[in-house]
Design a protein around this ligand. Structure first.
Ligand code: B12
Ligand code: SF4
Length: 509
């Protein structure tokens, strides 16, 4: 069959991101003997026109559409991508009768809602390598695919369970990477490295933790499925050979857990004497000096610690498995090892008080990380422990958690947070407040990448010269393609919906 795979993501903030998931799908489809073409809408000047032309020439039998992002998950300057996804579907329908199959992390968070509003033919929540190939086989043999487990169809959406079946698919797909390398050759990977500053790779799927707000266990399953270190480093080495030396981001939920995984990876990188710099997400749990030093020696230049808070009670409420002291220690070990450290924190979750906010900020001040990314409010997603609890307690109705982004901010801090966080950000100089003030103008990002600066840009926030890039009036969310989401009519006292118009009038209030 002729299969066209489309990456809808055009977001350039914080960087353009190589569509690794779709490259895995492309590899699986090609391996199954189908003819594959990809259409990547990220960079073109006229992406939809180019897409229509490509479809007219290629005449695909099936179209797979990857939806990575629902929205930018930032409050109050929320940007949502639904209308862009709609435009893509409309363009495809104009020139093709081929069935459209949806997939990707954004889609997987809200599969039924997307099936409904986009009117696609099929959808595959969660990882799609196996199920998509099964679907193609069935369609190729003119069989009815509706019995395939892990597949949703338009007809089935109305009575489907609203929890994504991704963990079920994940359990079946234990050896997900066996003999499969992402088909980067079908995409312009080198352009992502140039414009986005990093390539990307995945060493395992899943997460065993149960942080209250987090979708990752829902998307990838709640068990770790790790690749062998040798296999990962083979891929890393091949990447450096094929595309020149470039930094890589490991996209795992957290790279340094379970204990032993990152150790094996680092030992293998060192054994092969591979000179590569990389970055990752990590948990403070069990992050000790030995681990930090080994990671740094093996090329980990920058680490994003998902601490979320540094107040014991708030950490417990967020479902984190560590305390504030562990956060401080992990931060210190990483800094001592010479890594750049980004602390990501989340303010306004249930139970947050002015005192817990101040406590977290005091610890952040003391730790002096390279950068802090602080979210205001918690984006509520279907099926997370937090959303389920809020529904149970009657604060939120199930039907309110959907494509319209909903955020929770504890009323105790709702008025206090924006001003206080902006004060902290100004005083520290190295904070990023997505949704309140973006770190960089897109034009500045282009200049820095054009100068050959690679890796995560947050690691430069402490440099004095970086501050000249941040001057400017941030009057609207800075995304090259998304639009501010201001058409919400719902307002509940505790679940906040973005009010971009008001924010535009007082961008720094
Ligand atoms: C790593 C990561 C990042 C890194 C990326 C670094 C890099 N160089 O790659 C950074 C920090 C830069 C980042 C940024 C952002 N991210 Co992010 N990120 C992730 C993360 C953890 C992993 C993504 C990944 O690469 N996965 C590995 C690949 C292999 O999996 P995959 O893409 O899901 O693909 C699989 C399936 O989805 C499916 N599939 C994919 N496409 C298709 C197509 C078809 C047809 C089919 C059938 C199946 C299918 O099969 C694939 C293989 O199994 C996810 C969370 C998660 N666990 O998924 C969030 C996630 C994707 N990010 C998210 C968001 C919001 C963002 C930002 C908008 C945040 C912000 N405000 O800055 C930006 C957007 C950046 C951009 N330009 O798009 C959200 C998206 C949901 C939402 N709310 O919209 C997620 C899901 C996290 C969350 N909150 O739940 N991100
Ligand atoms: S926040 Fe991190 S550690 Fe917690 S469940 Fe999500 S991915 Fe796992």
């Amino acid at each position: 069959m002729r299969v066209l795979l489309v990456s809808a993501n055009r977001e350039q903030i914080p960087d353009p991101i190589f569509p690794l998931g779709l490259a895995y799908i492309a590899a699986a489809v090609r391996q199954a003997g189908h003819r594959v073409e990809v259409a990547d809408l990220c960079f073109g000047r006229h992406p939809l026109r180019d897409l229509r032309e490509q479809v007219a020439v290629f005449r695909p039998d099936v179209i797979g559409l990857s939806l990575r992002n629902v929205d930018n998950a930032a409050y109050p300057l929320t940007v949502d991508y639904l209308h862009l996804h709609r435009e893509v579907i409309d363009s495809l329908r104009q020139v093709s009768h081929a069935p459209i199959v949806l997939g990707g992390s954004g889609f997987s968070i809200l599969p039924e809602a997307y099936m409904d509003v986009l009117g696609a033919d099929w959808g595959i929540p969660g990882e799609g390598e196996q199920v998509f190939v099964e679907l193609l086989d069935a369609l190729g043999r003119a069989q009815d695919p509706s019995g395939i487990s892990g597949l949703v169809s338009r007809a089935h959406t109305s009575h489907a369970d609203s929890t994504p079946p991704a963990p079920v698919v994940a359990r079946r797909n234990r050896h997900w990477a066996q003999d499969l390398r992402p088909a980067r050759d079908l995409f312009d990977y080198a352009r992502y490295v140039r414009r986005g500053g990093t390539g990307n790779m995945q060493t395992k799927r899943g997460c065993v933790f149960r942080c209250s707000y987090c979708t990752y266990p829902l998307l990838e399953g709640n068990r770790f499925r790790c690749r062998e270190a040798g296999d990962v480093v083979d891929e890393l080495e091949a990447l450096q050979r094929d595309y020149g030396t470039h930094p890589v981001f490991f996209v795992d939920s957290i790279l340094n857990f379970p204990y032993g995984h990152v150790e094996a990876l680092c030992t293998e990188i060192l054994r092969r004497n591979l000179d590569v710099s990389w970055s990752c997400y990590a948990t403070p749990v069990k992050l000790d000096q030995q681990q930090a030093t080994l990671m740094a020696r093996a090329g980990c230049q920058s680490i994003e610690l998902g601490s979320d808070a540094a107040d014991d009670r708030q950490l417990r409420r967020l479902g984190k498995s560590f305390d504030a002291e562990t956060v401080e220690r992990a931060n210190r070990y990483c800094m001592n090892a010479g890594m750049n450290v980004c602390q990501t924190v989340l303010f306004g979750a249930p139970g947050e008080t002015e005192s817990s906010v101040r406590a977290t900020c005091r610890v952040l001040q003391r730790m002096q990380p390279t950068a802090v990314v602080a979210m205001t409010g918690v984006r509520l997603y279907p099926g997370t422990p937090l959303t389920r609890l809020l529904i149970e307690q009657g604060h939120v109705r199930e039907q309110d958690i959907g494509l319209l982004p909903a955020f929770y901010i504890d009323p105790a801090v709702a008025d206090f947070l924006p001003g206080y966080l902006q004060q902290q950000a100004v005083a520290a100089g190295n904070w990023v407040l997505p949704g309140l003030a973006p770190p960089l103008l897109p034009s500045s990002q282009r200049i820095l990448r054009g100068l050959g600066i690679s890796g995560p840009l947050w690691r430069l926030l402490r440099k004095r010269w970086m501050h000249c890039f941040n001057r400017g009036k941030f009057r609207r969310p800075h995304t090259s393609w998304g639009v501010p989401n201001h058409n919400h009519s719902v307002f509940r006292p505790q679940v906040q919906v973005p009010r971009t118009r008001q924010r535009e009038k007082h961008p720094h209030s």
